[in-house]
Write a protein that binds this ligand. Structure first.
Ligand SMILES: Nc1nc2c(c(=O)[nH]1)N[C@H]1C(S)=C(S)[C@@H](COP(=O)(O)OP(=O)(O)OC[C@H]3O[C@@H](n4cnc5c(=O)[nH]c(N)nc54)[C@H](O)[C@@H]3O)O[C@H]1N2
Ligand SMILES: Nc1nc2c(c(=O)[nH]1)N[C@H]1C(S)=C(S)[C@@H](COP(=O)(O)OP(=O)(O)OC[C@H]3O[C@@H](n4cnc5c(=O)[nH]c(N)nc54)[C@H](O)[C@@H]3O)O[C@H]1N2
Ligand code: SF4
Ligand SMILES: [Mo]
Length: 733
């Protein structure tokens, strides 16, 4: 076998890493300066973890002369197992992006039409502290809200809690996984975790609903599904589009969009009526079987065929296949689940189907995870209790376990039930993330303070009063990542590979400084980020030196499956799996999921579908020079036959107009394909950035979010369903 020479093996082979310049003389000219540099200084290897998505895979940064020259996966990391996805490998593109936010900025113009003034950190914090005090005096601390996504947000939560703030929300709940979390919590009293507790590597049968794993690059999960395949797992993928994972499946079901609940209810009915369910499991662990059975009688396979366009024979065949492989079956819960407005009910139907097959707590289904904990920093004062109990923001959505961005936005506009006057936004590009931009702008204009903590001059920055430039994940200490896995738990550390570039700073520093200005220094007794982490480790008996050296500490233990000795506990009111939910019934909501028909595209329009670009994370990476090299814009997938009928050519640019007459800013390239139904178009989310500061991303492709002017709200948990928009293709762009 030919030896593959990576740079590392090359240096190792020549001894350049340790032997200095002496070994260099025999090297070819082109490697000379490179190796000389490496030879003069020791190459450092710093383990840390990735933030290019929330999977947080362990990585090892290779540092020469204070420059990160490469990243590799940390073989010890359970989230990555020594591998990084395409985005994770582009860490240098994020770190060395010349468009990064470099110093604090204060907007001296209007909100949304910024005139930026470069500020010192002290000026920026003084302004924020002054405005916070004014808001607190006038309206109370309840008038401040925090919206966040990402690891460093925990420092801001701490600061704001200490200040008396009570309103916290993440788009990754109400615009993402909220429905599936709540659907599973209502059914099992537990959610499916992140990373999800799927036992794919042991599955005999896997079913995915619009969860395009591989394009949605959940690192270890993709590795698990590949293991499952190699051991002979069969798979069905339900998706209007032949996704990459669908192309590997035994069955691809190109379902009519928005009808998944019909298919699920038909499967539930078949499994019940043909007696294919796990009778012992249901008798022992579940409640509400008879009510479930009665409530799904109308959902016959023939009825489901009319709704979904999937033949009733195929529906029955797959139900039989699943049942044959039960309980080693995993019907995936999905991740991005805010689709059509009845999403918690669809997620509940998935949870119920898994229960009937007995897959919760069984090999190849959903395992019970092993948890880990790092204690809080010892001796911190208690957070203040707000003087008066504020009314619940999400009263209308009874199972919004987290507060929702939806309610924060609505409350900011209406000032009811109380005014919200200041937003802190961490790592969230709200212009692209929340539906209905005009409404978001209306809310932003009603605020007295908007603080953005970010690394890049993204679209949202233009609406901030003060911009605080955070250094990237490669330059900072941060919160731990604590992961629950099968028979193992993992604690990962983030530590700086190099010092922060420009004037950017980590969140532990920003919050300590601002906290001190606000008179909250008691809440920030640590000297620096390292001490903050080390004291917490000490309190929990965790070897900090080992953690720094290895990047992760793994603990084994815990039973992943139900056994005679290890019986499951369900955190529902009945202590059982709730096939029929009294909790929902009491709130006037369907106790068993019922099908609702959603609007279809008007003539001449297509349903707008969107999803992940394999080599990008939303708008996070659209300016990353290593990734724009691979994909710089998005494409409009359209069924080839349909496209040709309209005279469209592959690669031609078009514009898009939606059902409300709104045009997306920019143009998009047509991709004619046989891999999509003829009633929908599909594009990657994250592109169509409208921010001049993002020189590589600005104006590339079209933003799905420009076209999402309509959204339905999930009545159970307040999620915003964004797949109910329709677009018309306008030629001649
Ligand atoms: N139209 C539409 N909307 C969607 C989706 C969709 O597919 N289409 N997807 C939904 C989903 S699944 C989710 S989870 C949400 C996610 O939406 P958001 O919560 O907005 O999360 P991201 O898009 O990951 O956030 C990106 C922001 O984080 C900044 N950032 C990156 N690294 C750092 C860092 O280290 N520190 C700080 N302070 N900032 C950083 C980036 O520059 C960028 O501004 O969006 C939802 N909204
Ligand atoms: N590379 C990469 N990976 C990522 C991310 C990223 O930005 N980039 N983001 C991460 C985040 S936060 C999340 S939440 C996950 C999201 O990952 P997923 O949960 O997989 O969600 P989407 O990317 O929105 O899924 C889009 C798929 O749903 C299909 N679909 C559309 N409408 C329907 C329908 O009515 N029925 C069915 N059955 N299918 C439909 C689309 O055709 C597409 O294949 O990905 C994560 N992983
Ligand atoms: S899946 Fe990729 S982008 Fe996400 S944390 Fe892992 S390596 Fe980074
Ligand atoms: Mo998400």
């Amino acid at each position: 076998m030919a030896t593959k020479y990576s740079r590392r093996t090359f240096l190792k082979a020549t001894g350049a890493v340790t032997a200095g310049v002496a070994a260099v003389s025999a090297m070819p000219e082109k490697f000379l300066s490179w190796a000389e540099e490496a030879g003069q200084k020791e190459m450092k290897q710093i383990p840390t973890f990735c933030e290019l998505c929330f999977w947080n895979c362990g990585l090892i940064a290779k540092v020469e002369n204070k420059k990160v020259v490469k990243v590799d996966g940390n073989p010890l990391s359970l989230r990555g197992r020594g591998r990084l996805c395409g985005r994770g490998n582009a860490a240098l593109g994020a770190l060395y992006d010349t468009d990064r936010l470099k110093f604090p900025l204060i907007n001296t113009g209007k909100r949304g039409e910024p005139v930026w003034k470069r500020a010192t950190w002290d000026e920026a914090f003084s302004l924020i502290a002054k405005k916070m005090s004014t808001i607190k005096e006038k309206y109370g601390a309840g008038a401040l809200a925090f919206i966040y996504h990402g690891t460093g947000s925990s420092f801001w939560k701490h600061l704001l809690h200490a200040y008396g703030v009570t309103t916290f929300a993440a788009p990754s709940f109400a615009q993402c996984r909220g429905p599936r979390d709540i659907g599973f919590v209502l059914t099992y009293g537990a959610d499916v975790g992140s990373p999800e507790y799927y036992d794919f590597s042991k599955s005999k049968y896997i079913v995915l609903f619009g969860s395009h794993l591989g394009e949605n690059a959940h690192n270890s999960q993709v590795q698990d599904i590949v293991k499952g395949f190699s051991s002979g797992a069969k798979m069905t993928v339900v998706d209007p589009r032949l996704s990459n994972i669908a192309s590997k499946a035994d069955h691809w079901l190109p379902i009519k969009p928005a009808t998944d609940l019909a298919l699920l209810l038909a499967w539930i009915r078949i499994i019940i009526e043909e007696g294919l369910y796990d009778k012992e499991y249901i008798a022992k662990y579940a409640t509400g079987f008879d009510e479930l059975r009665a409530a799904v009688q109308q959902y016959t396979p023939v009825w489901a065929e009319a709704e979904t366009t999937i033949s009733s024979d195929v529906i029955v065949e797959i139900a039989h296949e699943m049942a044959q492989c039960a309980p080693n079956v995993c019907i995936g819960a999905g991740r991005y689940t805010t689709w059509y407005g009845d999403d918690t009910q669809r997620s509940r139907a998935i949870a119920i189907l898994n229960a009937l097959l007995g897959s919760w707590g069984r090999e190849g289904g959903y395992f019970f995870p092993t948890g880990a904990k790092v204690p809080e920093y010892p001796g911190l004062p208690a957070y203040p209790h707000p003087a008066a109990e504020l009314p619940k923001l999400d009263e209308a959505y009874p199972f919004a376990l987290l507060q929702t961005t939806t309610s924060i936005k609505q409350t900011t506009i209406s000032e009811k039930p109380y005014p919200i006057k200041g937003w802190f936004v961490y790592g969230s590009n709200l212009m692209k993330t929340m539906p209905d931009k005009q409404e978001t702008i209306k809310a932003l204009k009603n605020l007295d303070l908007v603080v953005a903590i970010d690394t890049m001059p993204v679209d949202f920055i233009n609406y901030a009063d003060v911009v605080l430039p955070e250094c990237t994940y490669m330059e900072r200490y941060d919160e731990f990542a604590v992961g629950k896995f099968k028979g193992m738990s993992e604690i990962s550390i983030r530590q700086p590979a190099i010092e922060p570039l420009f004037e950017s700073k980590p969140s532990w520093w920003m919050t300590k400084e601002l906290g001190t200005k606000l008179g909250l220094s008691d809440f920030f007794p640590w000297k620096d980020g390292e001490e903050y982490l080390s004291k917490r480790c000490e309190a929990g008996g965790i070897d900090f030196a080992e953690l720094k050296r290895e990047g992760v500490i793994i603990k084994k233990g815990g039973n992943p499956y139900i056994t005679a000795d290890a019986q499951p506990e369900f955190g529902t009111p009945s202590g059982k799996i709730e096939l029929y939910s009294k909790q929902l019934a009491e709130k006037g909501l369907d106790p068993v999921p019922q099908y609702t028909r959603h609007p279809v595209a008007p003539p001449g329009y297509f349903r707008l579908l969107f999803g992940r670009a394999p080599l990008h994370t939303f708008s996070r990476t659209t300016n990353n020079f290593m990734l724009t090299d691979l994909q710089k814009e998005n494409y409009l997938w359209i069924n080839a036959k349909e496209g040709k009928k309209m005279g469209l050519k592959d690669g031609e640019y078009v514009m898009l107009l939606n059902q409300d007459g709104v045009t997306a800013n920019g143009r998009i390239k047509i991709k004619l394909t046989q891999r999509l139904r003829n009633d929908a178009v599909y594009m990657n989310h994250g592109f169509g950035v409208h921010s001049l500061g993002m020189s590589l991303a600005n104006g590339q492709g079209i933003a799905d979010d420009d076209l999402i002017t309509h959204h339905a709200i999930d009545p159970i948990m307040g999620g915003t369903a964004m797949r109910g928009n329709f677009v018309k293709i306008v030629k001649g762009a």
